[in-house]
Design a protein around this ligand. Structure first.
Ligand code: MF3
Ligand code: CO
Length: 257
């Protein structure tokens, strides 16, 4: 069924999406114990890739194309410090005090699971810790607004308000999205208000909410690798993402263990 252009899922389909997202959640949980000073982002990618195969799923990001970019070359995105999203894993070694955002996407039984979180590497500065906490909290504030009868921008407003209250800024260039058989379905879900559509939320909508929060300016730059988005001022950025479903009982987080 469709509400406007937004694809509504049946309870059965939502159950399958839960299975896909559980694979993602397990990988993100496992990586928490692997991430420490000395780990390379390429190692994290290898581990995630193996876990995806073992779960009989496929890496949703590998080969994915957005705009006119070259196909994405890895199973995960790993975004360190001033990198916002879509960092490409490789030889880079994590060091004490870094923060690293890991984004994982899988395709399982025809549905996409997608989630991300940002981890501290060893001990990090108080400000970095605060950035992680505020970004994570803003995601949950948004999720709490994902209820039938509310409007899409109620989610955006909740995220933006929380972030700006704490003196951080919300990235404009990248947004959350509907999710289902495709990774990116309508609607786009900005983490700030006043742009785009503002549809009424309905039971059966499945959404990937993903605030990207910067320590300084919200402005971004794209690196020459065509994928890695970084903060324009070189300050820190954090990213948390959950795939959720809107049910009769309110929001259901699909990508949490
Ligand atoms: N979670 C991100 C998104 O929803 C990850 C996409 S990485 C890509 O856009 F390579 F697949 F584009
Ligand atoms: Co996403």
């Amino acid at each position: 069924m469709k509400a406007g252009l937004i694809n509504l899922k049946t309870p059965r389909e939502i159950q399958t999406m839960r299975e896909a997202n559980l694979i993602v959640a397990e990988i993100l949980g496992f990586l928490a114990d692997v991430i420490r000073p000395g780990t390379t982002t390429g190692e994290l990618d290898k581990i995630a890739d193996r876990m995806i195969t073992k779960a009989k799923a496929k890496a949703a990001f590998k080969g994915y194309r957005m705009r006119n970019q070259r196909p994405y070359p890895a199973a995960i995105c790993s975004s360190v410090n001033e990198e916002i999203v879509h960092g490409i894993p490789g030889k880079r070694m994590l060091t004490e005090g870094d923060i690293v955002g890991i984004d994982v996407g899988v395709i399982y039984k025809g549905f996409v699971g997608d989630a991300a979180r940002t981890y501290p590497v060893g001990r990090v500065s108080d400000n970095a810790m605060r950035l992680l906490q505020v970004t994570r909290e803003s995601l949950y504030k948004g999720i709490d607004k994902a209820r039938a009868g509310n409007r899409l921008q109620d989610i955006s407003a909740a995220v933006q308000t929380h972030v700006e209250l704490h003196g951080f800024s919300v990235v404009r260039e990248f947004v959350g999205h509907g999710i289902g058989r495709k990774m990116h379905e309508p609607p786009q879900i900005p983490n700030y208000t006043g742009v785009g559509t503002n549809p009424r939320l309905e039971v059966g909508m499945t959404l990937a909410l993903e605030p990207m929060v910067n320590e300084g300016t919200w402005k971004t730059k794209l690196l020459d690798d065509e994928w890695t988005a970084v903060t324009a001022d070189g300050k820190l950025s954090a990213h948390f993402e959950h795939s959720i479903a809107i049910t009769d009982n309110g929001p259901l987080i699909l990508s949490e263990l």
